[in-house]
Design a protein around this ligand. Structure first.
Ligand SMILES: [Mg+2]
Length: 322
C-alpha cells in the first residue's frame, strides 16, 4: 500500500472584535488546514491549538506537520492532540447520517451583551452563552438582570467564567441566580482546574448545574469523563484521535456540550461528523464563533446548523483560499 500524501497550510485569522474572556483579549487565531490524499481519496482536517486548554502550541504543531509531510508514516506523539484529531478526521473510515443542530448564540462580555441577546433571540437562538468573570460580579449581575428582563419565554443562558471565579464569588453568584434559576442552563467552569470536588458540592447545594470545560482538557480529564455528573463541555479539536474520543463520549452523550475552538469551516465539518456519530447528544452546540475578518468560516451565523447548510460547506474550497 502506498503511504498517504500529506500537506498543510497555515492560517492566521483576525477576530472582527477581539474576544474578551476572563483570560484577557484574543485577537488573532492561528492554525493549519491539513490535506490528506490516500487510495484515491482526498480529505481535509484542521489543527487549531489552544495551549491554555492543554493542547500543543502552534509552533509545536507546525514543526510536527513539517516532518509529517516528509514522512507520513510516523505516529502522532501523544503531546499533540490537535494534530491527532486533524489526522484522524481528515479521511473518516465511516460515514454517519448528517443531523441538524441547535447553536448556542455567543454574547460579548460586558454591557454589550444586552443588545446582542435581544438581537440573537430575534434571530431564533434558544440558548445564549455569555462570558463572565470579565468585569466585577456586581456589574455582571446587573447586566444579567437586564438580559433576563428581555429574554423570551424558554430561552436559556449559559454563563462561562473560564475558571476565573473564587469559591466566594461562585457562592455569591449561586445565591444571586436563585431568582433566575429557570433561565440558567448551566455555568461553565466557574472555578479553576483542580477544584472539581468543590464545584460538584456547590452544584448540589444550589440546584444549579455546573459544567466542566477547562477540566476536560486538564490532567484528570479521563477521570471527570467517568465521575462528573453534570454537563461536559467537549472541544473535539483539542481531544486527540476521533474514534477513541467517540468511544469515550458515547456513554455520556446526553451530557456532552460540543464546543468550538474558533476553527474554520473545515474544523466545524470535522467536529460535526463526530457529533453525527454520537447518539443522544441534545445540548445546543457552541459553534457561534465565526466573527472573523475573512471568509474561512464557510457559513453565516444562524440559530440552527441544517443539513442543507452543511452540504454547502466545501473543505476543498476553503483550502484553496489559503
Ligand atoms: Mg468554556
Amino acid at each position: 500500500m502506498t503511504s498517504p500524501q500529506i500537506s498543510f497550510r497555515p492560517y492566521r485569522r483576525t477576530f472582527t472584535n477581539a474576544l474578551r474572556t476572563s483570560r484577557g483579549a484574543w485577537s488573532v487565531r492561528e492554525g493549519f488546514l491539513l490535506r490528506v490524499e490516500a487510495a484515491g481519496r482526498i480529505g481535509y482536517g484542521e489543527v487549531a491549538p489552544i495551549p491554555e486548554f492543554g493542547s500543543e502550541t502552534v509552533e509545536a504543531a507546525r514543526s510536527f506537520l513539517q516532518s509529517l509531510a516528509a514522512d507520513p508514516s510516523q505516529p502522532v506523539p501523544e503531546a499533540l492532540p490537535c494534530c491527532a484529531f486533524a489526522l484522524s478526521r481528515a479521511l473518516p473510515t465511516k460515514e454517519s447520517v448528517m443531523r441538524e443542530y441547535a447553536v448556542a448564540g455567543l454574547l460579548p462580555a460586558g454591557e454589550e451583551a444586552v443588545a446582542v441577546a435581544a438581537e440573537k433571540t430575534g434571530l431564533g437562538y434558544r440558548t445564549l452563552k455569555w462570558k463572565v468573570g470579565v468585569e466585577a460580579p456586581e456589574n455582571e449581575q446587573a447586566i444579567l438582570e437586564k438580559i433576563c428582563q428581555t429574554l423570551p419565554e424558554g430561552v436559556e443562558l449559559r454563563l462561562d467564567a473560564n475558571g476565573a471565579w473564587t469559591e466566594a464569588v461562585l457562592g455569591d453568584w449561586l445565591d444571586f441566580l436563585q431568582a433566575f434559576r429557570g433561565r440558567i442552563e448551566f455555568i461553565e467552569q466557574p472555578l479553576p482546574v483542580g477544584m472539581e470536588r468543590r464545584m460538584a458540592a456547590c452544584s448540589d447545594g444550589s440546584g444549579i448545574a455546573l459544567a466542566l470545560d477547562e477540566s476536560m482538557n486538564g490532567p484528570e480529564a479521563t477521570k471527570w469523563l467517568d465521575e462528573w455528573t453534570g454537563p461536559l463541555v467537549i472541544k473535539p479539536l483539542l481531544m486527540g484521535d476521533c474514534q477513541s474520543l467517540l468511544d469515550r463520549l458515547q456513554p455520556v452523550a446526553s451530557r456532552v456540550v460540543l464546543s468550538s475552538v474558533f476553527e474554520t469551516g473545515v474544523g466545524l465539518d470535522n467536529a460535526l461528523c463526530l457529533a453525527d456519530a454520537l447518539q443522544g447528544m441534545n445540548h445546543a452546540i457552541g459553534f457561534d464563533t465565526i466573527n472573523f475578518s475573512d471568509n474561512l468560516s464557510g457559513r453565516k451565523s444562524s440559530a440552527f446548523l441544517r443539513a442543507s447548510e452543511r452540504l454547502q460547506l466545501d473543505p476543498e474550497e476553503l483550502w484553496k483560499r489559503l
